[in-house]
Design a protein around this ligand. Structure first.
Ligand SMILES: Nc1ncnc2c1ncn2[C@@H]1O[C@H](COP(=O)(O)OP(=O)(O)OP(=O)(O)O)[C@@H](O)[C@H]1O
Length: 314
């Protein structure tokens, strides 16, 4: 396979984990995780700080050994260190692991050389992440966002089938973030598999085919963002400009489950948005009323909040 060719479809899934556990001292960081990621999937790993995401992903990458359970990556075991897998995987490096005295192009050429991959991939990858203009700028002079993009480029330069990205948009401004989404969608359309750790729920919702929500080392939800949102039956929020309706009056409407005042609006949570909107329309008019349907963030907050609460009281 050359760098330009998408990976050939293959029979085995990209990742299969079965009953994976990892303990540090008396901390059970990963507590029996089983999941499968299909080839070509964009798979999100979500969860609060300390949930075990990094440990789990490091086990997938072959950087850590699981205490128990089995792990299969592109049809092989990643542990003990499986050198044959390395060129087939792309791992986003931490920006602290850069060759800081080199230029962006030299850095990436060095990474490509370490993988033994085609040097032609360097210019293409710099263009892909929007760093062509900075190719001759030294790494230590790049901005935080540019370094972040170089870190992503380092995971892509050798054309891997399976790509692990850990909070790739953390240091990016909104425009650069959206630009990166395009890059990631392009990678997916080439048939590559992406495992994506993020705290940005909007990003997971926009990009991921499926997400696993991890709390205290366990998978507490695993499905497509749409199905998770649908199954949760989280309320819709209707935002009425504050001058038009008081909190007290809003509470009197049938179907208004919860009413609060937030940032210049009266916010009504409801599970019967249609009838309530009709009633509001007849009373105060629909002009300026905004509707916010449930998002993955609502589902996430409910799941992680509930479970954290249970833990504290256990
Ligand atoms: N090398 C280590 N030695 C001891 N404990 C560790 C080690 N690495 C992680 N832990 C602990 O294991 C738990 C899971 O950590 P992990 O870094 O995998 O979580 P995370 O979900 O990636 O968190 P974050 O979102 O903050 O990166 C945490 O309680 C963490 O303190």
């Amino acid at each position: 396979m050359t760098d330009n060719e998408p990976p050939a479809p293959a029979a085995s899934p990209a990742l299969v984990l079965d009953g994976v556990r990892k303990r540090y001292g008396d901390k059970q960081a990963v507590d029996g995780i089983s999941l499968t990621v299909e080839r070509g999937e964009f798979f999100g790993v979500l969860g609060p700080n300390g949930a075990g995401k990094t440990t789990l992903v490091e086990i997938m990458e072959g950087l850590r050994r699981a205490d128990a359970g089995s792990v299969s990556v592109l049809g092989s075991s990643p542990w003990p260190r499986n050198l044959a897998l390395l060129p087939r995987m792309g791992v986003q490096t931490q920006t602290s692991a850069f060759f800081t005295r080199l230029t962006a192009r030299e850095h990436l050429a060095t990474v490509a050389a370490l993988y033994g991959s085609d040097p032609a991939g360097v210019a293409r990858t710099l263009a892909l992440v929007g760093l062509s203009e900075q190719r001759n700028v030294r790494v230590d002079v790049l901005s935080g966002g540019q370094r972040q993009r170089l870190a992503i480029a380092s995971a892509l330069v050798h054309g891997p089938e399976l790509i692990f990205l850990d909070e790739p948009t953390a240091a990016l401004d909104p425009q650069a973030r959206r630009a990166l989404w395009q890059v990631l969608r392009a990678l997916k359309s080439e048939g590559r598999t992406i495992v994506y750790t993020t705290h940005h729920l909007d990003e997971a919702e926009a990009l991921c085919d499926r997400v696993a929500i991890i709390v205290a080392g366990r998978v507490v939800a695993l499905d497509s963002p749409d199905r998770l949102v649908g199954a949760a039956q989280a309320p819709t929020r209707l935002l009425v400009p504050a001058g038009r309706l008081t909190v007290e009056r809003a509470r009197a409407f049938a179907g208004a489950d919860r009413v609060t005042a937030e940032g210049g609006s009266v916010v009504i949570e409801t599970r019967s948005a249609g009838p309530l909107l009709a009633a509001l329309g007849a009373d105060v008019g629909l002009d300026g009323i905004r509707t916010r349907t449930a998002t993955l963030e609502d589902v996430y907050l409910e799941l992680t909040g509930e479970l954290a609460g249970t833990e504290q009281h256990a």
